[in-house]
Design a binder for this molecule. Sequence first.
Ligand SMILES: NC(=O)c1ccc[n+]([C@@H]2O[C@H](COP(=O)([O-])OP(=O)(O)OC[C@H]3O[C@@H](n4cnc5c(N)ncnc54)[C@H](O)[C@@H]3O)[C@@H](O)[C@H]2O)c1
Length: 370
Amino acid sequence: MTRTVVLAGTSGYGATYVREIAQLEARGSVRLVGLCDVRPLDSAVSRQFGDRPFDSRLDHLLAATCPDLAIVAGPIHTHLPLGRQVLSADCHLLLEKPPASSAAEWREVLTLARQKSLSCQVGFQSLGSRAYSRLAELIATGRLGSVRGIGCYGAWSRDAAYYQRADWAGRRYLDGVPVADGALTNPFAHAVATALALDHSTGWDDITDIDTELLRVRDIEADDTSCLRLRTRHNTVITVAVTLAAQTPLEPVIVVHGTRGRAELHYTRDLLVVDGQPEHHGRISPLENLLAHLDDGAPLQCDIAECGAFTRVLEHVNAAPAPRLISERWLAHEGDGSEERIHIPGIEQAVRASAEQLATFSGLGEPWAL
Ligand SMILES: NC(=O)c1ccc[n+]([C@@H]2O[C@H](COP(=O)([O-])OP(=O)(O)OC[C@H]3O[C@@H](n4cnc5c(N)ncnc54)[C@H](O)[C@@H]3O)[C@@H](O)[C@H]2O)c1
């Protein structure tokens, strides 16, 4: 069946959807009936889809095109207003991650979707990886023994231009509205959501205790170097230690420590390493999965209802005391202007150690965190 679709937010991460929609159109699974953006389409999107209806107002576009579903890939603080317009127009919704920038906003989208009996998929694409479902299977069948804890780490490097690209970049709030663009809640949000899902702790009440260490190397409002340590109702300890100030970037990894085995999920690479043995897997995208859900009733990879615990972490992080600026004595600088990068020498070892020992930065005695 060919589903009609509208895309809101066409550049930045939205460009990924432009490419995917072009492929799915070629296969006959979708037909793009409209594009929405507050900026003119960039040249690549114009070349591909310049013949389709375009509007800077999503509600107008939805009224004119009546699509089956709409994808919202705008900035985080647009998710509620745009998502509300999609659901109010009786369309299914694919909402980029994080689904909302506060608990109240998450509840509002969830309630509206339920009231209207519409599907709302969240774009946590790591949950569509076969490497993730295989790991979930290994845990469920006891292959790893009982899970002692789940430690996640990731170390990326972002230059000054990353924070200059949009007014919401690195903000906790923009004009009084929550944005929650910190390392834990946005770039590494997949690590948080995936670890919680592996523990079957996706509900708001599934977390019993949360501790965060929020730090920053830049003149931003949100955190860029952070550690989260929480306990779930299954008594599992989950840690997530991440930075955007790495010298040698490391792709994120989720380490499951079992009493009988150890598994590493490299979720950006669909790679699972079980007791040292690598397994490469494929993935189904959030959009393909939503189409299968609508056509055949396949379970959603990430129903917005399953984002309660994640949203609780997001709300906790965004409301915690302001991230502390790491002293210059622990930092190194490279390049200047928009290309400037700031590193914390040794951060790569620290995030790995956190995942191994399920410890926070200060628990590890990292001097820049004390
Ligand atoms: N799933 C992933 O791996 C992944 C990766 C990166 C970003 N993201 C998510 O994608 C979303 C967009 O992030 P980004 O960095 O591309 O943002 P961005 O600021 O680059 O904006 C994306 C697009 O949305 C448009 N836009 C802004 N306000 C709009 C509005 N009111 N109506 C319609 N369009 C609007 C912008 O003009 C731009 O074209 C965020 O939720 C982000 O967290 C997801």
